[in-house]
Design a protein around this ligand. Sequence first.
Ligand SMILES: *Cc1c(COP(=O)(O)O)cnc(C)c1O
Length: 468
Amino acid sequence: MRLDPQHSPGVQKYVDASKRLIAEREATMARMKTMKFDTIAVHGLYSMEEALVQNQGAIIEPLYLATSQAYRDADELEAALAYLVPTWCYTRIANPTTYYLEWMLALLEGYRTGSDTSCLVTASGMSAIMSAVDPFLVKQKDGPERMNFVSSIQVYGGTFQHFAVRKIKERGVECRWVLHPEDMEEWKSKIDGETRFVYMEAPSNPQQSFCDVKALTDLAHAWEVPVIFDATCATPALMRPIAHGVDIVVHSLTKSITSGGLAIGGALISRKPIVTKIKNDDPRFKESFAEYVKFWPYRDSGPSPSPFNALFALNDLRTLRSKMDLVSRNCQKVAEFLKTHPRVYRVDYLGLPSYHLHPIAKKYMKLVDSGDGAGNEVNRYGHLMSFRVDGPPANARKVFDSFKIIYRATDLGRIKSVATIPAISTHSQQGEEARRMADIPPQLIRLCVGGEDPDDIIADIGQALNKI
Ligand SMILES: *Cc1c(COP(=O)(O)O)cnc(C)c1O
């Protein structure tokens, strides 16, 4: 909030009146921070007082479809447009329904991390990624001319395209790919004084890559470089990277967070403050990055979500913890079945003790607020896995074509099981060479196990594998 002593008494009246509202919100936030993950996911910042006083007792957050907000008079309009009072103004800038989702995500991602957080919700996961990286790739007045960013190559296909085409090819920004993100030496050899940010995705889609998150943030921070982390496949129920020093977390809300599959969305959650050397006139750039993006680049570029989609995401989020527990346990069972199947030559799932990245994932992937009876949280590894079918690529296609209840779609994170062949779908654009570097052969089937009984999914895969 910019508190300008110059404004008129009329404007000041609205600024004073808004103080009570701000204090109430802060009290609600402080109260929610004392509660457990599930309680925050169910209620967020939508309090009983707010329901009874402002919303006719509606127990579910109202859907505000109006594109813009009206004001009482010129003074209130002036106060609002100068951002002197809490306001939503226009749905490209903010929206009351989206606001509830933003605060719910900020609280969940910040849960027991020891850090305060702010959140910006966007129209898609890709727009959240763009909104997170672009502010770091700007010209600096007295800084070095050259810039680079360092990214794991094992990222979502759309992210790879965004970096390879929109950043490298079209804008000439140097991206240094890390081929083996679990290898800290490789990161170390690529980060330098001209690095603007470090980008990691874990668990990655579809390769199930992982890294020592704490070691990576320590390394980046030693160069005063922020870490941007795509934690879509983990969700805050299984990992909160901010607890390990990550500066900015991005999510595709489209996936496990909105597992019902009715909405596209993205989110950017930042730690307060982030580590960065980039100079910006607005102190929020460092102090509350998500808010900075919301106030400026987001407003000027327009990747705002539909409030409808925000409400779908919010409604699915309420049961996130128990859902991620269920689908992770189902996926574990399916992965163990595939591991012993004679027609499958490799299974990649972080939950399998034989998987080379299992020990490092075990350190980080834990079901929030769970207990094993001995005071430890239990490990859960999410519902995304992949397996490779023996023989030529045609065999994988035949197995894929034979599924009866597992849907064939370039989708994941659903309450329904979904499979795809990444080499001919999500990762087809990037070409064979890049697929080889990222280890995505045409025999690989990506599977995201849903909430069905896992025995029925195992039976479906079993009959499909018997076709070859
Ligand atoms: C799907 C996905 C994205 C992109 O999200 P959209 O909502 O489809 O734009 C980014 N990262 C990961 C890991 C994803 O799975």
